[in-house]
Design a protein around this ligand. Structure first.
Ligand code: HEC
Ligand code: HEC
Ligand code: HEC
Ligand code: HEC
Ligand code: HEC
Ligand code: HEC
Length: 367
């Protein structure tokens, strides 16, 4: 699978950049920007590598917590005071006079829990092109071309210092710079809901632990929040309100699908302790859900030529290979024993190491 090859190349590049940055004593920005590009190239499928490697560059080149070039932070602060404080407030609390009458309050930029998962390029897009570029409202103006790329990067470096709990670059989500996957009827972002606000996957996909299909949330479930949250002033949320008023379901485009002749039950897999991300990738880092699935000629050729590359997701080989692995060594054999959110690794539980009884006979999956 191509994603297995890319991270190592990318990691090499990142280390090289970090090394050069150290040698030349390069100010942080150039290094950080290249790191972002590398991060984007490896994201979103290779969450682990992408989220940890660029962090080294951050440390090497500075960019936060003590290492950052004071001059950069000082210029960032000046830009902030001039262009942002009127709405976001002097201390970043979202309480500036310019935001008082807006239907959606300016973000409290000190909320580390919400802000820290978002990568620099994501914030850059919001500041340069306006929040609507990521599905949020148009209530904040785009700052391009008023502010150049450098000034925006500097203000981001400054905003990072406001966060509580403090910003930790290694926990940033590996969000791709370019959206993949089909355009949906509403720009519903898993990065905002599951990544930044950390809503539980099963809060919306309630069927996962109870039935065969994970299910999509009803319009009612969305409205449970959006009758109040961003009820006015966000064009995407207005589309949601329109479906609600017409009492119509939202025609989401289906992404993960196996053929009719095979069956996949979510329930048993969730009960066994598998994380959603093991099979679906880092959905919380996807602005648009996408999947590289099904038959794959490159994959087949690589396997024929003797390279032991795991089969593409959602093929029969993928199901069977995992079943063999978990029957031998438990679910720890197939998923990183780390929290899928990118927080500290957790020790394997007895359940993770318990050999499983996943079926290998044809009729279990074809009936
Ligand atoms: C006219 C008022 C206004 C100004 C000026 C303004 N903002 Fe905002 N900003 C907002 C509002 C309102 C939102 C919330 C948008 C939403 O949630 O739909 C926001 C959201 C944001 C977000 C997104 C946070 C998130 O939810 O992920 C960032 C980052 C941000 N602003 C940074 C800045 C920076 C940096 C500046 C100065 C260069 C700035 N803003 C200037 C009003 C403003
Ligand atoms: C538990 C509360 C909650 C639920 C449930 C919820 N949202 Fe949101 N949603 C939020 C919050 C918080 C924001 C961020 C608002 C802001 O910063 O302006 C948001 C933002 C959005 C946005 C703008 C940002 C983006 O994602 O593009 C859209 C569109 C949206 N929600 C659609 C939906 C839809 C569709 C559903 C149902 C499938 C849904 N929401 C369910 C809380 C919720
Ligand atoms: C606020 C509700 C909400 C939350 C929280 C949420 N999702 Fe979703 N999810 C949706 C909606 C709506 C769709 C359909 C639109 C789309 O594909 O983006 C979807 C689509 C998906 C799909 C693709 C379904 C298909 O068509 O194949 C997967 C997989 C998925 N979500 C997994 C997750 C995982 C994993 C998490 C937790 C990290 C999560 N979701 C959190 C609402 C949510
Ligand atoms: C063992 C692998 C695996 C795990 C773990 C897994 N899924 Fe799935 N998921 C699949 C497959 C395979 C499909 C396609 C099923 C089909 O076409 O019938 C799918 C389809 C989906 C869909 C779209 C169709 C549906 O079932 O509604 C959603 C949404 C979804 N998964 C969400 C989740 C969430 C949320 C989790 C974690 C709570 C999760 N999945 C865990 C393999 C997995
Ligand atoms: C763990 C689940 C699982 C088991 C066990 C399983 N299959 Fe499958 N099979 C699938 C899935 C999922 C697909 C569809 C994805 C694909 O085409 O690779 C599939 C596809 C197929 C296809 C269509 C292949 C194609 O290229 O379209 C055939 C034929 C098939 N299986 C036969 C069998 C036979 C015979 C056995 C027993 C020796 C078996 N399967 C066991 C899950 C399974
Ligand atoms: C990441 C690993 C993994 C993947 C991928 C995977 N499975 Fe499983 N599967 C499991 C585990 C773990 C169990 C639970 C075994 C247990 O309960 O002891 C299981 C159980 C099952 C069961 C038995 C349910 C029952 O009634 O006991 C079926 C059927 C099944 N899987 C089908 C599939 C199909 C079809 C696919 C591919 C589309 C698939 N699985 C992909 C790990 C996986």
């Amino acid at each position: 699978m191509d994603r297995l090859l890319r991270p190592s190349a990318a990691a090499g590049l990142v280390i090289a950049i970090a090394f050069i940055a150290l040698l030349v004593g390069f100010p942080s920005l150039a290094a950080r920007m290249s790191a972002n590009r590398v991060q984007a190239a490896t994201a979103p499928s290779s969450g682990k590598t992408a989220s940890t490697e660029p962090a080294k560059v951050e440390h090497a080149g500075g960019g936060h917590a003590g290492f950052t070039d004071k001059a950069i932070l000082e210029r960032g602060k000046q830009t902030y005071t001039k262009y942002c404080a009127s709405c976001h407030g002097d201390a970043g609390l979202g309480d500036g006079p310019g935001g008082a009458n807006l239907p959606i309050k300016p973000q409290n930029l000190t909320l580390g829990a919400v802000m820290n998962p978002l990568p620099d390029h994501f914030l850059h897009k919001i500041i340069a092109d306006g929040p609507q570029a990521v599905g949020l409202s148009e209530l904040m103006p785009p700052f391009k071309p008023q502010l150049g790329d450098r000034a925006i990067d500097e203000v981001i470096a400054y905003v990072r210092t406001l966060a509580n709990p403090p910003y930790e670059p290694e926990r940033v989500l590996p969000v791709a710079e370019k959206r993949e996957g089909p355009v949906q009827p509403i720009l519903f972002s898993h990065v905002i809901h599951a990544g930044s606000y950390r809503l539980d996957c099963q809060y919306c996909h309630t069927g996962a632990r109870r039935s065969s299909s994970a299910g999509l949330p009803s319009v009612e479930r969305c409205m449970g929040c959006h009758k109040i949250v961003a009820a006015q002033g966000n064009a995407q949320v207005q589309k949601l309100h329109a479906f609600w008023e017409k009492q119509q379901p939202i025609p989401w485009v289906r992404i993960f699908k196996i053929p009719e002749h095979a069956q996949f039950p979510h329930k048993n897999h969730i009960a066994a302790g598998l994380q959603c991300q093991t099979c679906h990738g880092r959905i919380e880092a996807m602005e648009q859900v996408h999947a590289k699935t099904g038959q794959n000629i490159v994959n087949d050729l690589a396997n024929l030529s003797g390279m032991a590359i795991p089969p593409t997701k959602l093929t029969m080989g993928w199901c069977v290979e995992c079943h063999r692995a978990v029957n031998d060594k438990g679910v720890q054999a197939v998923q990183p024993v780390a929290d899928a959110w990118g927080s500290a690794p957790r020790p394997p539980t007895a359940d993770d190491t318990k050999p499983r009884k996943a079926p290998l006979e044809c009729v279990a999956c074809h009936h």
